[in-house]
Ligand binder design. Structure first.
Ligand code: NAD
Length: 230
């Protein structure tokens, strides 16, 4: 927020079990930052925010992400990931305020890569999701692509690999491995993964920043920048 004082940033997040409002404390006092607790599946809320906040860029991170959970109550994954994305897209279409929609998705949409594959997956590889989580990410991607083609919404899709960073919820792959390696059965939120992790999440954010013609600081659900041309 300090580095981008000319951007006005609105984060919309429903604060699911894996999130922690304390992670936003460093930004809380910034004048150009606003947090709204809410669901991307609420069309009224999303439309209202786009119009009243003059949102012109959406970085869409909001997703139910844990693969293991997706084998259980996976209808929730469809609601959050596919329906939620659809609501965001429709709000962009109806309000016409958004000039860039960046959809953060995952390499998991490609499914498995052969262990001995010489060349891994590439952008044009077939999407072959192997679990309900990645299937919902593919579903969301298809909607994003369709809104780009049907309505001319300027969309960008990014398919990142595993990311890890400070304060990451411990159920994620890399924190779990780090803590298992340290002899702890399950990592605790209080443990500081800072030194192992900072550079990785920074690298990811740097690449996502390239998705904006001007730099926009990345948070995790919706980013809005107003007043300046993107
Ligand atoms: N973590 C990784 O390794 C990784 C790798 C590649 C791609 N991604 C993608 O990056 C994005 C963020 O991943 P993450 O690991 O930070 O996820 P996370 O599960 O840690 O956080 C997801 C956030 O989205 C919010 N959210 C979920 N559903 C919502 C809804 N309906 N409305 C509002 N907020 C909602 C949650 O409250 C939470 O704060 C996801 O789209 C994921 O697919 C993550």
């Amino acid at each position: 927020m300090r580095n981008y004082p000319h951007y006005e940033i609105v984060v919309l997040d429903k604060l699911d079990y894996c999130s922690n409002l304390k992670n936003l404390l460093p930004s809380k006092s910034s004048k150009n930052f606003k947090f709204v607790k809410g669901d991307i599946g609420s069309a009224n809320l999303v439309n209202y925010l786009l119009i009243t906040e003059g949102i012109d860029t959406i970085m869409h991170f909001a997703t139910q992400t844990h693969v293991d959970n997706s084998f259980g109550n996976n209808i929730e994954f469809t609601k959050n990931n596919i329906y939620g994305t659809h609501v965001l897209l429709e709000a962009c279409k109806v309000t016409g305020t958004v000039h860039r929609f960046i959809h953060v998705t995952t390499n998991e949409v490609y499914g498995e890569t052969e262990v001995d594959a010489i060349v891994g997956n590439h952008e044009a590889s077939q999407l072959l999701p192997t679990n309900p989580y990645s299937a919902t990410k593919v579903g969301a991607e298809m909607l994003v692509m369709a809104y780009g083609r049907s309505y001319g919404l300027p969309v960008i899709t990014t398919r990142g690999n595993n990311v890890y960073g400070p304060n990451q919820f411990p159920e994620k792959l890399i924190p779990t491995f780090i803590h298992l390696a340290r002899g702890s059965p399950f990592p605790s939120m209080e443990m500081d993964l800072m030194c192992e992790t900072t550079c990785i999440v920074k690298m990811w954010l740097k690449r996502l920043r390239l998705c904006c013609t001007r730099e926009v600081l990345v948070m995790f659900t919706i980013l809005g920048k107003k007043g300046k041309e993107v």
